[in-house]
Write a protein that binds this ligand. Structure first.
Ligand code: EPZ
Length: 423
């Protein structure tokens, strides 16, 4: 388990290249199961979750080859093999092969995801949506087994605009017999990227990016060559980092139109934000001011940037209130921040953050991808050297984080776990 040592107190300055969006790339990789032939997905982040999805695809017989940041995926020998618990427990997004496998082969066997560090994360909406389209599910020895004699179009009304459920139903519906309507669908930019990818493969989809998606089922999907959208969560993380540490960053490649609310909250906190065609320039010359925020499905404030914002607000001037509406367990990292001198009290899904003058370094843990990023942000401003354990969580979602931070002037060093044979 690698740890990161961060010496706080240095402002950030320079240009950071924003990688492709993890939460888009993973879904495009799952979607190739529908197509016959060789597809190329470009701008895929070289992060642990994408490596895990490569393993999932290889289990299914997909040939996967990296060429720089492009992934070449050959689906000629794809088959509905089971997706084992080892992979699903490492990354829940593995269950996104469910829809494409049912659509292509009429059966799928995917290990049930267990608990998760940010909440219980049910998959009932995925299952109910696919059942509406004619799939039947059973549970066997920890596996979810799905079968169908042929998916057919249906009206699927989601109780909540779940990103994953919308994606699984969408990937099944494109190949179903007849028309499907997804009501109360998720609207995240990554979902729009997936729909664009499916349309390039031959799908017929209308209304993506709105709460009602209409899909006309078709037969026969061809290979595509597609570039993943930039990662708005990675861009947001660096934007929040510079607001916390002070300085000026160019977020090269970031799309301001995917980050409206995040950038406006950072402006409220005192940042100077300029959006250009090439990215976003953000600078902060003073102590941040308190802001209140509420997480909601897109276009609301993203839950994936809530922990990083809490780290920023921990040393802001004044008291902020943050409300988490998406994941019930997403305040668990607060105890780690409080160990660094933050004054945060949580009550249900609300957090009251009384900004302190300065955080102080302490040994802390990364509890999940975004909570880990929050600890890095807190450490950049804290007094002393913070040791962040369990950096593998951060590596799941951020490409070369410490190299990028070091290039911006941060004082960071990774200590690699020594192999047991050497210790
Ligand atoms: C996606 O997760 C992202 N993951 C998450 O990013 C992100 O936090 C989340 O969307 C919300 O934006 C990927 O794209 C791989 P949901 P997903 O289904 O699809 C409940 C990160 O750090 N729900 O929209 O799993 C669920 O429990 C990650 O990059 C059900 O009750 O999110 C949660 O409370 C973490 N039943 C809420 O909906 C279901 O069947 C939102 O979940 C499905 C979801």
């Amino acid at each position: 388990m690698d740890r990161l040592l961060v010496t706080g107190g240095t402002p950030l300055d320079g240009t950071v290249e924003i990688a492709g969006a993890k939460n888009s790339a993973l879904k495009l990789m799952a979607a190739v199961v529908l197509a016959d032939g060789r597809s190329t997905v470009r701008n895929v982040p070289r992060i642990q979750d994408c490596f895990t999805m490569v393993e999932v695809l290889e289990h299914l017989g997909v040939g996967c080859a990296w060429a720089g940041d492009a992934l070449v995926l050959e689906t000629t020998d794809v088959r509905p093999a089971e997706t084992p618990y080892d992979l699903v427990s490492r990354m829940r997004a593995s269950i996104l092969v469910l829809g494409p496998l049912l659509a292509r082969f009429g059966n799928a066997r995917v290990a049930m995801p267990g608990g998760c560090n940010i909440g219980s994360r049910a998959i009932d909406l995925h299952i109910r949506g696919l059942e509406k389209m004619g799939a039947r599910f059973s549970s066997e020895h920890g596996f979810l087994v799905g079968e169908t004699t042929g998916l057919r179009g249906a009206v699927v009304n989601l109780d909540f605009p779940s990103v994953g459920a919308t994606e699984n139903v969408l990937m099944a519906a494109v190949a179903a017999r007849g028309n499907t309507v997804i009501e109360n669908a998720a609207r995240e930019p990554e979902l729009v990227d997936l729909a664009d990818f499916l349309v390039e493969m031959g799908a017929r989809i209308d209304g993506v990016g709105t709460p009602t998606i209409e899909i006309q089922g078709v037969e026969g999907f061809g290979p595509v060559d597609h570039t993943v959208i930039p990662d708005r969560v990675e861009a947001g993380t660096y934007a929040i980092a510079v607001c916390s540490a002070g300085g000026r960053l160019v977020l090269s490649g970031a799309r301001a139109d995917h980050m409206d609310l995040v950038l406006s909250k950072l402006a409220d906190a005192g940042a100077d934000v300029v959006a250009t065609d090439a990215g976003v320039v953000i600078s902060m010359g003073s102590r941040p001011r308190c802001v209140d925020l509420v997480t909601l499905p897109y276009p609301g404030f993203p839950t994936d940037l809530q922990p990083q914002m809490m780290a920023l607000l921990a040393s802001a001037e004044g008291t902020s209130i943050v409300t988490e509406n998406v994941f019930e367990g997403r305040f668990m990292f607060v105890d780690e921040l409080n160990r660094m001198g933050a004054d945060i009290r949580t009550e249900g899904h609300h957090a009251v953050i009384r900004g302190v003058e300065r955080l102080s370094a302490a040994p802390v843990r990364a509890l999940d991808i975004r909570a880990g990023a929050a600890m890095v942000i807190a450490a950049l401003t804290a007094d002393g050297v913070t040791e962040i354990e369990d950096m593998y969580h951060v590596d799941r979602g951020y490409q070369d984080m410490e190299a990028k931070l070091a290039a911006l002037g941060a004082v960071v060093r990774r200590e690699r776990e020594r192999s047991p044979a050497l210790s």
